[in-house]
Design a protein around this ligand. Sequence first.
Ligand SMILES: *Cc1c(COP(=O)(O)O)cnc(C)c1O
Length: 434
Amino acid sequence: MKPLRTTLTPEEMPKKWYNILPDLPEPIAPPLNPATKMPISPKDLEVIFPKALIAQEMSPDRYIDIPDEVLQAYMIANRPSPLQRAERLERLLKTPAKIYYKREDLSPGGSHKTNTSLAQAYYNMKEGVEKLTTETGAGQWGTALSLACNHFGLGCQVFMVRASYDQKPYRREMMRVYGADVHPSPSTITDFGNKMLAKDPKHPGSLGIAISEALEAAIKGGSNTKYSLGSVLNHVMMHQTIVGEETMLQFEKLDERPDYMIGCVGGGSNFAGFVFPFIGEQFKKKTDTQFIAVEPTVVPSLTKGKYEYDFGDTAGMTPLLLMYTLGHDFVPSPIHAGGLRYHGAAPTVSMLVKKKVIKPVSYQQKEVFDAAIMFARSEGLVPAPETNHAIKAAIDLALEAKKKNEKKIIAFNYSGHGLLDLAGYQNYLDGNMV
Ligand SMILES: *Cc1c(COP(=O)(O)O)cnc(C)c1O
């Protein structure tokens, strides 16, 4: 029997996260205070984040030990995760390429997001924080943070974009199962929410608005309440590197090296987590892996955005970050890949795109669902609409390899399952997707 999955034992799981900051081609531009437009001091951030995470956000250390309690929690979340070979998909495509995917769908919430939610909840708990506030779009981040807060004994308040709150009841209920307090955003419990509702009582909400509300709730909640963000920030990218570090060990076991590594990009965390350890190695050893970031054509921050300082939210409350952005008031069209509907992208990922270390590409919604159906019918798994973007890019590269008769090795991050996104598949299968 040919093993189609490469696994690691719990003992083999990496015990440190990789921090790319000291290895970047140039120092990352400092976040700016939204009021003064001057570089922000760590002290300014203490209102919303615990000290440990602020230190990680700016850390010059290449590796940071993963605390024991977080390693334990990772095992409950099904780490280490398998690297799986998509052999049936390869046969269907008749490609000489090998296709591998990293199974981040196996966590209890069904996505990679627990890799950082567990770490963030842990550090907050250690510093005596009692409650975290956050935003969620499609609901995956809210689910992951609810689970993590429950695990480490914290309260959790989630502002969920109203369109999703109404249309995706199952994610909402999952958060409530873990004990979170879920509000549709714009909500009536913050000033900014009320301001938005005064303009439009039926406001469908956006991720930017929900972030503003969660920040306001954390600031007004006092010193035992802090805020948590599921992507974009340096410490979030770092927590996700467990994914790429495991993948590196798995490729060593296979005695292979990927020619292409692919991930979809919303804020950039699953992509960064998957590729940063390999990019770090490439800076040292001049390997020739190509790193491909995939985004939706209708939210083209990396392919069409401007590289400039912008806010992370709509109200302009977050620090300004230097990144590729479509503008903080950009209103993305309502595609099913809710996790990719964000106006900016992580400063680290943005810089590496700017420096041409990462290649960004974009695809339309319909073609990524075509790819997902092909994947589901060959591999047997139903992917998240976000993940469909990575699958489409992998299939295109496998077909290019076929044309050139090249035995390329293609790896993508299978960031999550789509079992709570079947409305998107219904839309596609009924022929209503454009
Ligand atoms: C949230 C999410 C994404 C997008 O977020 P990133 O920070 O860019 O990773 C992608 N895939 C899935 C399954 C998600 O839940």
